[in-house]
Design a protein around this ligand. Structure first.
Ligand code: ZN
Length: 616
């Protein structure tokens, strides 16, 4: 084992980290040449793994290792490695192996092409005058001055998009911006998607699977597409009536402005949960003006409050790291210690730039395996307007929740970084569990005691009033059922598109059919949302992971709720030990069972998802 498995493990970790570094530069670097170089590096590492996985000599050698008396982590690591190699085609005849490697390389290129087209999109609308920006918060207005032509540029990047969709009183501005946003990477990504679907179908056909969905879920908690489909139907059925109530409530509010209105438009909140009329209802019925909430959320205070929380919960400290040159002046780096012991490093890249990843995600930078260095992770998000001065830039509350979500992934990565084998790290945990720690950590951004730590208006020194925090939390249920149903739609689409035969498949038409079936409202054929649905590459058929993991996350919350505090240190410590630290070294269901003392159930999730329809 020392002579074979350990050196092999070190090589695999090293190549994975090189690929991860390339991947990060591909998604984040300001220079187009460096992005291209990063992409090539990432694809070279992918090619190495694609070749490695079908190496029969290594496969046989790993199979022959005597595991008698080995520890459980090693046994699991070896089992997962062998399964990964089998799933890559190592047991095929040599000529077939060559074909699957070529297809796997092509799939990686297709996926990167799809991502690059989304990132390089530079769509925007022009507002003729500041009158068109009526309703937007003061800090947004002061960071959006008219250009030389007197017009104000509003881009489809999130720091512009989210406030406009929530606050802009001018429906025409919302309509135009949503139209641009839902045409990001159109038309260039349609043929890329066709290519990707075709290559994946061919890849799994050679491996003996009927479709890519079957392949994608085989090693997940669900195991079979049928289980996923039934799970999605279950939630859809649960939300059928409540989602209609949500839409009726938005339409009723719209009629106060426009008495004759006979329908809700997509840009009123029908396609966009948390949109304009939901924001109005939160303001008028719950007394929560989201623009006022924003005033209490300057970015530096949110970040420091989060660090403070992590010190109390998990014994973590974050020290600015200044030794390494970073890829952009706005990027921050922190060395992380736990109870005084270094455990890794993290990077925050929060300002949008041309060519940068346009969504929000945690990217592994270094894996974190004993003997191969500490883990490092980067959060690539788009929270902060590039025009606003850093110390005063405000965050949308939904972005604070997203920050906590991505930070939940980062915690999982950093706190599981002392395992022995690549194949037992967090990156090899079941992917339909991976969104549970992140969605659980969102709850701290909704916790009054946590918000009280950092939500303070720097202009007045005033802390966010406790009653506002309480109303904010309650008002979050507005539109929840419809918002979750929209997730069910995206999950169904992701499954369906990988169940179908791609030959002759009209993906735009499928998108529209599934949308209308799940949401019960028409889909505007001028939109091409599918071309910027970035999860169709990496997550492929398993977008359902958000919903599946949310069910687990709601139950993981119950031990904290039973203590009456989200900052109960003993529960937090147990959560780290039982759930986060083991990474991918045990089945997720077992980790959850050890933490809860029982199997998880659907109950806590059902209560949460229906909360908006049972109270107001
Ligand atoms: Zn996530």
């Amino acid at each position: 084992m020392e002579n074979f498995l350990e050196p092999l493990n070190r090589i695999l970790v090293a190549v994975r980290d090189i690929g991860a570094h390339g991947g990060l530069m591909f998604q984040a670097h300001p220079s187009a040449e460096t992005r291209q170089a990063g992409r090539e590096l990432s694809e070279a590492a992918d090619r190495f793994f694609n070749e490695f996985r079908v190496n029969e000599a290594i496969y046989r050698a790993v199979q022959s290792i005597d595991l008698v008396g080995a520890d459980r982590e090693t046994i699991v690591g070896v089992e997962k490695l062998l399964r990964d190699m089998r799933r890559a085609g190592v047991e095929l005849v040599p000529v077939r192996r060559k074909q699957v490697v070529e297809l796997a390389n092509q799939i990686d290129r297709d996926s990167n092409e799809f991502a690059a087209n989304i990132a390089s999109s530079n769509r925007a609308v022009a507002a003729e005058s500041s009158d068109a920006l009526r309703g937007l918060p003061p800090d947004f207005l002061s960071s959006h001055s008219p250009g030389a032509d007197g017009r104000i540029r509003i881009s489809t990047k999130y720091p512009d998009l989210f406030p406009v969709m929530s606050y802009a009183a001018d429906p025409e501005l919302r309509r135009r911006l949503l139209h641009e946003f839902l045409n990001v990477a159109f038309p260039e990504n349609l043929p890329v998607l066709d290519q990707l679907l075709g290559d994946r179908r061919e890849f799994v056909r050679l491996l003996g699977y009927a479709d890519y969905a079957q392949y994608a879920v085989e090693d997940k908690m669900t195991g079979r597409p049928q289980v996923v489909a039934e799970f999605l139907d279950r939630i859809a059925q649960l939300l059928d009536a409540p989602a209609k109530v949500d839409l009726a409530r938005l339409l009723a509010r719209k009629r106060k402005d426009l008495p004759g209105a006979d329908e809700l438009e997509d840009w009123d909140g029908r396609l966009w949960p948390g949109g304009y009329y939901a924001t109005k209802i939160r303001e008028e019925e719950y007394g929560v003006d989201m623009r006022r909430v924003r005033e209490y959320l300057p970015y530096p205070a949110v970040r420091d409050g989060l660090f403070d929380l992590c010190r109390e919960l998990f014994g973590l400290t974050f020290r600015p790291h200044t030794e390494t040159p970073l890829w952009h002046p706005s990027v921050e780096a922190y060395d992380v210690e736990r109870n005084g012991v270094p455990i890794g490093r993290c990077y925050f890249d929060f300002v949008p730039r041309p060519g940068k990843f346009n969504h929000a995600a945690q990217f592994d930078v270094r894996t974190g395996v004993i003997g191969s260095g500490l883990p490092q992770g980067a959060l690539l998000c788009n929270f902060l307007s590039e025009q606003a001065p850093r110390e005063h830039v405000r965050m949308e509350y939904r972005d604070v929740v997203t920050f906590f979500h991505e930070f939940g992934h980062l915690l999982h990565h950093l706190l599981s970084g002392d395992g022995r084998w690549l194949y037992t790290t967090m990156g090899f945990a079941e992917w339909d569990f991976i969104e549970a720690p992140s969605q659980l950590f969102e709850e701290w951004a909704r916790d009054p005691a946590t918000l009280a730590r950092f939500a303070r208006n720097p202009d007045t020194g005033e802390t966010m009033p406790a009653d506002l925090v309480a109303r904010l939390k309650k008002s979050e249920a507005v539109g929840r059922a419809y918002g979750v149903l929209r997730q069910v739609f995206l999950a169904t689409l992701s499954l369906e598109i990988y169940l179908r035969d791609p030959k002759g498949l009209d993906t735009s038409r499928l998108f529209r059919e599934v949308y209308e079936k799940r949401l019960g409202v028409p889909y505007n054929p001028e939109y091409h949302w599918i071309t910027s649905f970035g999860h169709l590459t990496g997550y492929s058929a398993i977008y359902y992971t958000y919903l599946w993991s949310a069910v687990i996350a709601r139950d993981l919350l119950t031990p904290f709720e039973a203590k009456g505090s989200l900052t109960d240190r003993a529960t937090a410590e147990r959560y780290v030990t039982e759930v986060l630290a083991p990474g991918g070294s045990r089945p997720a269901a077992e980790l959850v069972r050890r933490f809860l003392g029982r199997d998880y159930t659907f109950d806590a999730y059902e209560r949460w998802v229906l909360a908006g329809t049972t109270s107001s």
